[in-house]
Design a protein around this ligand. Structure first.
Ligand code: ADP
Ligand code: MG
Length: 390
């Protein structure tokens, strides 16, 4: 699950990470009021969407006074903000963060992820902050320094210090930066995060010399831990989430939207993963991951089918079911039920195997449904890819 920058900053602040003073607004008038309250020398108005790259897209603007804050909020609220992370359609801005603008001396990067390679939390830091970190990683990977945390002992002080030294900070900033890194690690563990990113982690001019502060922040959470993170679950912004994924979740289906054009209906997460792999092997691109579960009913199958077909990207559907607990005749009836409800106007390839397979095939072949049958997963993927290019 993702949250907005302003929410991520509130969480970080509660763990002792320094952030600029600020508040979120839904209207220009509210934005102006917040600015008056903040009473700062300079302000920043920031679009709150679940995507980065807002600065370059025109979603982050500096303002000299509350009136200018209001003007910028008028421009940003309601805009369809396009960044390299939103896709060409952009995202509608419904909220802005109004914060005190800092006098930036240097922009750094600090991130923390679960590294699947080592199965451990890995911290990353770079002097090349403020910019696209993926680009730094691809072009100049030596500019990113890393520390891997041993879960039995947690993040060690020397590791935080090594990162701070690696950022080439001045002596007086080493201690606060080490503390900040340690606070970030506490946040990561306590909130079951899967990613915490501060970009930029900025060195700014403070009243008594330079300070280190989180000017931006992004947090992703492990969905499987949300059951014990009720406060975090409450931060969910449904406007920002994929409508089909929400619908699927509500009806107990495991569904993830992807970018391709082959709709997949599969039972079992492992079979769904291998179906996606084999589609790719044959040169196709899956439009979704969908696991209808091991014991789905006719209604659930029909629902899953409607969900797949409601995606305009879908140019063909591949049904790959291995009937175990779930019987092939249930799937066949589910498909027929769904097709009655929605207009099937793309090729449909079906591969059934397992319990009651003969009955399932019979139900489908006796129907008036125009479908392509396949004998194996590879055959099914190949036929689906061919049906699209035909
Ligand atoms: P995004 O990553 O979506 O582009 P950021 O929050 O990183 O959004 O903002 C982009 C840039 O705007 C930052 O790199 C920084 O230069 C500037 N900026 C953001 N917040 C502040 C702030 N409070 N004070 C001064 N400059 C800021
Ligand atoms: Mg940023």
């Amino acid at each position: 699950m993702n949250i907005h920058e302003y929410q991520a900053k509130e969480i970080l602040a509660s763990f002792g990470v320094a952030i600029p003073r600020g508040k979120v607004a839904k209207t220009p008038a509210e934005a102006e009021e917040i600015a008056v309250e903040l009473d700062a020398d300079l302000y920043v108005v920031k679009a709150q969407i679940h995507a980065g790259g807002r600065g370059k897209g025109g979603g982050v603007k500096l303002a000299k006074n509350p009136t200018e804050v209001k003007t910028h909020a008028e421009e940003i609220l309601g805009m369809q903000l396009v960044t390299h992370q939103t896709g060409p359609e952009g995202k509608l801005v419904r909220k802005v963060l109004v914060a005190e603008a800092s006098e930036i001396e240097n922009e750094l990067y600090l991130g923390m992820v679960i590294d699947r390679g080592t199965s451990r939390i890995t911290l990353m830091a770079s002097q090349e902050g403020g910019v696209d970190i993926e680009k730094v990683a691809a072009e100049t990977p030596d500019k990113i320094i890393k520390q891997t945390v041993d879960p039995t002992v947690g993040l060690q002080d020397f590791q935080a210090r090594q990162l701070a030294f690696g950022l080439n900070l001045s002596a007086e900033l080493i201690r606060p930066t080490t503390k900040l890194i340690s606070n970030l690690y506490q946040t990561f563990v306590a909130c079951d995060c899967s990613l915490v990113e501060i970009n930029p982690l900025a060195i700014v001019a403070g009243k008594e010399g330079s300070e280190i502060i989180a000017l931006d922040s992004k947090i992703n959470f492990d969905d499987n831990a949300l059951y014990r993170q009720t406060k975090i679950e409450a931060l969910r912004d449904e406007h920002e989430e994929d409508a089909r994924e929400l619908e699927a979740k509500a009806s107990g289906l495991s569904y993830i939207s992807l970018d391709g054009n082959i709709g997949c209906m599969v039972n079992g997460a492992g079979l769904a993963m291998s179906t996606m792999d084999v589609i790719k092997l044959h040169g196709g691109e899956p439009a979704n991951f969908l696991d209808v579960g091991g014991s789905a009913t006719t209604e659930a199958v029909a629902h899953a089918f409607r969900l797949i077909l409601s995606d305009s990207k879908v140019e063909a559907v591949l049904v790959n079911i291995f009937g175990g607990i779930m019987k092939c005749d249930t799937i066949a009836n589910g498909i027929l039920e769904a097709v009655k409800q929605v207009n099937l106007n793309v090729p449909l390839v079906v591969r059934l195997e397992g319990t009651n397979v003969e009955l399932g095939r019979q139900i489908l072949s006796q129907s008036s449904l125009d479908l392509i049958t396949a004998d194996s997963l590879s055959d099914a993927a190949e036929k689906t890819v061919r049906a699209i290019s035909a």
